[in-house]
Design a protein around this ligand. Structure first.
Ligand code: AMP
Ligand code: MG
Length: 349
């Protein structure tokens, strides 16, 4: 398949003709990959079953893993979501447009292809200007999962999407680096106490400030529990190399461990990488050191995580050591992704 690639300008904008073309491709059953404030999405007309099937094919995604429906106009929410609660309405008022996806009971207008057969549908209104304009131009809701091959880290740069999907979609819009770099928070609002199914940049604290008590799916705090969000059960974000998280209250121990164990592996001829906070980069004596950002700037760390995991793959790194980026709020999302990438391979030192 021929793939049209268009780039946004320095202000992150796309010209009107490209937006109109993207909208028309989607409305007519094609696929367009585009940036959002979280990660890049691969979009299709959400009410066209044949178009939805193409997304699953392009990504190699299991068909029981439902897609998020993206809208740009709050007035069409009631066409797809039933029983919008007072709490959900409050969350919409505060966080939409933005990186919050909510799970509602679905109406009959939502094809079951998009929900993997579930009676619920996940809906989000992104705030990225290009994403909003494309949905507006398409004049239909857009089903859009992350624009990566299933099992790879989500794309946070245009070149990630081109690497994964060139030749598999009709159009790729390269909008540079995405702002947040972590997928949206997924919140189930079908229950009395809303429940976080996937942590993201809209944090537990931010949600509780608006609606009172919010729970976490037990899978997030303890991966031995089965997840309620189908997508969370799949092996995710895994780099090709073996990733290990080094945990300690004493930073010097982490540095020492990485230097000693890393050297052993390098002496055996392996390529060894490390994911470290900026201030520690100079203390690490192994070859491929990636600084992920300032230790207290969780937004920066979140926005660089997937880029670094992909870079480790591109460099064919065999073993990767990562610091732990523990804490509350966005750190929960960062560690959720990092733990999955590492297959819960964590060592305490
Ligand atoms: P992605 O768009 O690739 O970031 O993945 C969307 C995420 O939302 C996956 O983890 C899905 O399993 C989850 N999701 C989508 N629809 C639903 C739903 N109806 N109920 C629960 N989780 C959902
Ligand atoms: Mg995804």
């Amino acid at each position: 398949m021929e793939t049209i690639i268009v780039k946004s300008n320095e202000q992150g904008q796309l010209n009107k003709a490209d937006l109109v073309q993207a909208g028309s491709i989607i409305r007519n059953g094609g696929l367009v990959a585009f940036p959002t404030e979280t990660v890049y999405g691969i979009g299709a007309n959400a009410i066209d079953e044949a178009a939805i099937v193409k997304i699953y094919e392009a990504k190699g995604r299991p068909s029981d893993n439902p897609l998020i429906m993206h809208i740009s106009d709050i007035n069409c929410l009631k066409d797809y979501a039933l029983n919008i609660s007072v709490k959900a309405q409050k969350l919409i008022n505060v966080f939409w447009p933005g990186p919050l996806t909510m799970v509602f009971s679905k109406t009959d207008k939502v094809p079951s292809r998009i929900t993997g057969g579930l009676k619920t549908v996940a809906i989000r209104m992104p705030r990225h200007q290009i994403a909003r304009s494309i949905i507006h131009e398409a004049r239909v809701p857009i089903a859009a999962p992350s624009a990566n091959i299933s099992g790879k880290p989500s794309p946070t740069r245009g070149y990630h999407v081109i690497a994964d999907l060139f030749g598999k979609v009709d159009m790729i819009i390269d909008g540079g680096k995405t702002e947040l770099g972590l997928e949206s928070t997924v919140l189930d609002v079908t229950r009395e106490v809303p429940c976080i199914l996937r942590p993201g940049s809209i944090t537990h604290t931010m949600l509780e400030e608006v609606v009172g008590k919010v729970s976490y799916d037990s899978h997030i705090k303890d991966e031995r529990h089965p997840p309620k969000s189908p997508g969370m059960k799949y092996k995710h974000y895994a780099p090709k190399g073996q990733l290990k998280i080094i945990s300690s209250d004493i930073e010097a121990n982490v540095i020492k461990y990485i230097n000693i164990e890393g050297k052993k592996l390098m002496d055996m001829g392996y390529k060894v990488g490390a994911v470290v906070p900026k201030h520690a980069a100079n203390d690490i004596n192994i070859k491929y050191v990636e600084s992920i950002g300032s230790i207290n700037n969780h937004t920066e760390i979140g926005s660089n995580l997937f880029k670094i995991l992909r870079k480790m793959d591109d460099m064919n790194i065999d073993y990767i050591f990562s610091f732990e980026f523990k804490g509350e709020d966005v750190s929960i999302a960062i560690m959720n992704r990092l733990n999955k990438a590492a297959g819960y391979n964590i060592v305490n030192v």
